[in-house]
Write a protein that binds this ligand. Structure first.
Ligand code: 1JT
Length: 253
């Protein structure tokens, strides 16, 4: 990944999936451009930035068209172009990750869709011009609750279904410009987001018991798979969802 510039969206702390991906990319010699959502998240990113070689970073709320345009303009000024984008951003109201799916509010649905799914389209719209003619690669993080009804995942499952479908449409749209778009479907990982989910420990234990590999996945596992999709080794792969879940999703019972 030497000489490649990759924009990574979604590092909240050292437990973040985006942090694991960033470390894997850096180990392979990539140059990183990171976002943070707001000033507070910027300060928490400052504390772990040294572990990623103090990379270039800029505030960018993915729900703002202007902020995303500004981020990629700044990347163009700093690096002159871009080779990849990592989308590892999602939000849902806590009360909607649990309880009755039928009670999902429009506000909660809209928020989950905007932050977790539509934002990928926005990143591609503004990022694709910087990747033109460089064989760009985009990845987005997803979860199996997009294709199966997983208790409590609720509104996020619908947002991830939209995200995975968007990956296919973006792959179709951007393929002729030499840009690949894929998703990585990770097994459950204890991140800051997941810590707000009731019963998450039990979810992790059930996966470790039932998955073919008899363990949970780590951000390092996900990081290496993500790096593969961002690299030339995956030059023939686009529009796919690659499962990194210790095999859990292939089990029938
Ligand atoms: C969000 C959260 C997106 C948790 C997420 C997520 N994608 C995966 N997880 C972990 C998870 C959560 C549940 C689950 C399995 C995995 C929380 C904040 C909003 C975004 O249920 C089996 C509920």
């Amino acid at each position: 990944m030497e000489g490649k510039v990759i924009a990574v969206f979604g590092i909240a702390n050292h437990r973040s999936i985006a942090f694991g991906i960033s470390q894997a990319l850096r180990e392979a010699g990539a140059t990183l451009a990171l976002n943070y959502q707001n000033e507070r998240m910027g300060r928490s990113l400052d504390k772990i930035a040294d572990r990623l070689g103090d990379p270039w970073r800029r505030e960018c709320d993915v729900t703002s068209e202007e902020a995303v345009a500004g981020f990629f303009e700044a990347v163009r000024e700093e690096f002159g172009g871009l080779d990849g984008i990592v989308h590892s951003v999602a939000t849902a109201k806590r009360e909607e990750l649990g309880g009755s799916f039928t009670e999902t509010s429009w506000e909660g649905y809209e928020l989950a869709q905007h932050v977790s799914a539509y934002s990928l389209i926005r990143l591609c719209r503004h990022g694709a011009p910087l990747m033109e003619g460089r064989g760009g690669s985009v990845i987005a993080m997803t979860y199996h609750g997009s294709v199966k009804a997983v208790p409590n995942y609720n509104v996020m499952g619908v947002a991830k279904a939209a995200l995975e479908s968007s990956v296919r449409y973006l792959a179709s749209d951007l393929g002729p410009r030499g840009i690949r778009v894929n998703a990585v479907s990770a097994g459950p990982i204890r991140t800051l987001s997941a810590s707000g989910v009731g019963g998450f420990t039990s979810i992790l234990d059930q996966v470790a018991e039932k998955a073919p590999l008899r363990r949970n996945v780590t951000t390092e596992d996900v990081g290496r798979a993500a790096r593969f999709l961002l690299s030339e080794d995956a030059a023939g792969i686009t529009g796919q969802v690659l499962y990194v879940d210790a095999g859990f999703s292939v089990m029938g019972l």
